[in-house]
Design a protein. Structure first.
Length: 202
């Protein structure tokens, strides 16, 4: 595979045995039959039993290093056990998708989100819906444009379960990233507004 420095690799990983702590190093090789040519690029860090998604850009790869490789590493001499799945190799997009979408604050009618921006976006769209799957045709009322991270979405229904996604807007003309993975949340109880409050005695 040539021009690796224009690509990124996406994959899922987790431990296969909690008693065998391990991590996975993503790297490149010039000769797939010679382990000594392995050059590390990025590590997953300590894996857990929970599946986690990873993205690694293969930037600044030396010429002739045309093979992508995974290397397992363990803190002990115990047997290394981990699972890698859903491996995808693709061009690095001009507008990279955000990671680590989380909900920071929730009220009856609002939710505040934060995320990691990977593509230099200065504006984002947050899509909030009660369905856990993004529709092919987005509902305009569910799209919320924000220019800050964290960003707040308002107009939500109280005590309702929602799913949210975020994507970056990387320029003019508009170039959107793909959507992030979703996050789920439930809005709180909305306090009723006081009406006709009177004071009978002071």
């Amino acid at each position: 595979m040539e021009n690796l420095d224009e690509l990124r690799i996406k994959f899922d990983a987790r431990l296969n045995n909690i008693s065998c702590p391990s991590s996975i190093i993503v790297g490149v090789m010039s000769d797939p039959t010679d382990a000594g040519t392995f050059v590390p690029i990025s590590s997953t860090g300590d894996l857990t039993m929970t599946n986690k998604k990873f993205k690694v850009k293969l930037e600044d790869v030396t010429d002739n290093y045309n093979y992508i490789a995974f290397k397992m590493e363990a803190a002990t001499t115990q047997q290394k056990q981990a699972i890698v799945d859903n491996v995808t190799v693709e061009p690095i997009p001009s507008c990279e998708d955000p990671d680590d979408l989380t909900v920071e604050a929730i009220t009856g009618h609002t939710a505040t989100f934060s995320w990691t921006d990977n593509g230099g976006a200065d504006a984002w769209q947050i899509y909030v819906a009660t369905d856990n799957t993004l529709p092919q045709e987005l509902v305009p009322e569910n799209l919320h444009d924000v220019t800050t991270n964290p960003g707040t979405v308002s107009g939500l229904a109280p005590q309702t379960s929602y799913y949210a996604w975020v994507r970056g807007n990387c320029g003019d003309p508009v170039v959107y990233s793909v959507w992030s993975d979703p996050v789920s949340f439930t809005t709180g109880v909305a306090c009723p507004q006081l009406i006709n409050l009177t004071v009978s005695e002071v």
